[in-house]
Design a protein around this ligand. Sequence first.
Ligand SMILES: Nc1ncnc2c1ncn2[C@@H]1O[C@H](COP(=O)(O)OP(=O)(O)OP(=O)(O)O)[C@@H](O)[C@H]1O
Length: 253
Amino acid sequence: MSPPEPVISLRGGTASLGGHSVLRGVDLTVEPGEVVALLGANGSGKSTTVRAVVGQVPLTEGELRLFGTPLRRFRQWRRVGYVPQRSTAAAGVPATVREVVSAGRLARTRLRPLGRADKEAVHRALRLIGMDELAGQSVNALSGGQHQRVLIARALAAEPELLIMDEPLAGVDINSQRVLAEALRKQTADGASVLLVLHELGPLAPLIDRAVVLERGRVQRVDHPERLHDVACHPQDSGHPEASARIETGLLP
Ligand SMILES: Nc1ncnc2c1ncn2[C@@H]1O[C@H](COP(=O)(O)OP(=O)(O)OP(=O)(O)O)[C@@H](O)[C@H]1O
């Protein structure tokens, strides 16, 4: 039997934005069930890499496959959940938390009314992310961190096999970070694969199988869990006093 195809396979990904070369030959693989973190300093190309993976930034060179299918032929977007870098896309819309999270089912329902399975998936996502008590509240009454959690719940409601999140911890307090870590642990236990852009690993550290560190649009290095765990959890023991600061920029010693 041949091994399963990687969920994401990017080879030599090259892209330009506004006439500037932003990705310069990025290789990135996410195997089924893996949790991969993309780290790196501001402007190193993390968001552009994930936007290329979801087809929002065209590659000028390189090859990208999702679930084994070249991107140009890939149509199964309901298998992919994407949470963009902190956005207020839902603000200003006269909608409740539940309604925004229900939008995560659109790729499955195609504007048909939500069925029982859809409602259950929405309820599960709200509970997973600790927003069930706020389900009936207007999204305009939410704080920035709560907003971020709603967008994460919207992605989870789609029950994606691949979850891609760009800085999901930004502006989210430590308790909510733990809630998110637990939600992700459950997703991966159910077989989901995850690609995360992070500045700090925080409570997500134990979940991460591999960290790909970008520098100026290239992969600078790939780190494995033992090392990540040591540096994230015991920076003072790593022999590098600035280790905890460095992990925030992806510049591990
Ligand atoms: N729309 C755009 N037009 C021109 N340049 C852009 C555009 N978007 C991003 N860039 C540039 O591309 C480079 C990579 O940006 P990107 O957002 O991918 O970095 P990042 O690693 O995600 O950074 P951060 O940690 O700050 O979010 C940066 O130099 C940025 O200025």
